[in-house]
Design a protein around this ligand. Structure first.
Ligand SMILES: [Zn+2]
Length: 128
């Protein structure tokens, strides 16, 4: 961070190191006189697609912390899926050591057979 700030300061202003020595601003090889490129400007490939999706408010690669759901009928746990069914594990209570596994199918919300929390399958298309 400090290095980046120093480089940015060097590119925007001329530093005078000694009384008779003047340091010229640092320029990139293909500089557009904007200074150091941001992460967004220099990202390529998968990182660029992820940053563009995050800018649009989407999280296609599950980078962000998952949203919390109440698990009620009105606010079921959303389970993203590319197919028509998905195996779901429910840790019914915080201190449980056993996971209750069940198949969640497309359609209406289903309940966990042990605790009764609601889960709903939502179709999710991968970005590639
Ligand atoms: Zn459960």
């Amino acid at each position: 961070m400090a290095g980046r700030l120093l480089l940015r300061a060097c590119t925007t202003t001329t530093l005078q190191l000694r009384s008779n020595v003047v340091a010229r601003p640092l320029h990139r090889a293909m500089s557009t006189a904007k200074g150091i490129p941001t992460d967004e400007e220099q990202a390529t490939g998968l990182e660029r697609r992820a940053l563009q999706a995050l800018k649009r408010g989407k999280d296609p690669y599950s980078i962000l912390k998952p949203k919390q759901y109440a698990g009620t009928k009105e606010d079921p746990h959303i389970v993203p899926c590319t197919g028509t069914k998905r195996l779901v594990g429910c840790l019914c209570e915080e201190d449980n050591t056993a996971i209750i596994w069940f198949w969640l199918h497309e359609g209406d919300a289903q309940r966990c057979p042990s605790c009764g929390s609601h889960y709903k399958l939502v179709h999710n298309e991968l970005p590639h």
